[in-house]
Design a protein. Structure first.
Length: 229
């Protein structure tokens, strides 16, 4: 089992912090968010970790010596959304965790032996423009829609992909990139558009287990919560 950590983005909504520091290396609760993810992965026995860099790529170099991770650079990070980032590391997308590196993990909810592909997801309050998970009685994911809502399961930036599903997604990724015109697409669009051909389940986590940091306001709100614990 391996992990892909997506850390190529510029984090413009976190400026001025991200003028000199990549978003994923923002310190939360005493540690860069990306380092916490790496340590949680190593706790469950994941020893092959690929970090895909882009903006301020040189800032990640220390991670190779500190944690033994592999760094892959996306030199098109300013042109494409993360679909191209995933395309660059598609050879690793099987029996693999995929984590958005700008997500703060408050607890290690990662599983040592996932039995199927899964989205780790929590019911989040009062959200707008999020990717909402629809699922059946057995928690198998049947659809993903983008919209507003309240206390529904949404994508939280942490997923696991089985050997079979990973290789299927890679095939679709290659088709999309070969056609061109994918500038605005996210890699989750590939999953969304092919969800009925995949065997993906919802794995519930607590709403306080993870936090996506999109803005300075998000960071301030999270720091207030952590200070109150």
């Amino acid at each position: 089992m391996r992990a892909i950590l997506l850390a190529a983005g510029m984090g413009t909504r976190l400026r001025p912090l991200t003028l000199t520091t990549p978003k994923s290396l923002t310190v939360v609760n005493g540690k860069p968010m990306l380092e916490r993810q790496i340590e949680y992965l190593q706790e469950i026995g994941v020893d092959e970790i690929i970090v895909v860099t882009g903006y301020l790529a040189e800032k990640f170099a220390y991670l190779k010596n500190k944690y033994g991770v592999k760094l892959i650079h996306n030199d098109m990070y300013e042109v494409y959304n993360n679909i191209y980032t995933m395309y660059l590391v598609r050879d690793y997308l099987h029996d693999t965790y995929v984590i958005d590196a700008d997500v703060y993990l408050h607890r290690n909810f990662l599983l040592r032996e996932p039995k199927s592909s899964m989205y780790f997801s929590a019911r989040k309050p009062e959200f707008k423009g999020e990717w909402i998970i629809r699922y059946g009685d057995d928690y198998r994911v049947t659809d993903i829609v983008v919209g507003d809502g309240d206390h529904e399961y949404i994508l939280c930036g942490v997923s696991y992909w089985s050997e079979e599903d990973g290789r299927y997604i890679v095939g679709k990724l290659e088709e999309v990139v070969a056609r061109g015109g994918f500038t605005e697409l996210f890699w989750d669009d590939i999953v969304k558009d092919n969800i009925r051909d995949l065997n993906v389940y919802l794995q519930e986590i607590h709403p306080t287990d993870s936090y996506e940091i999109d803005s300075l306001a998000d960071l301030e709100k999270l720091n207030r919560m952590l200070d109150g614990e």
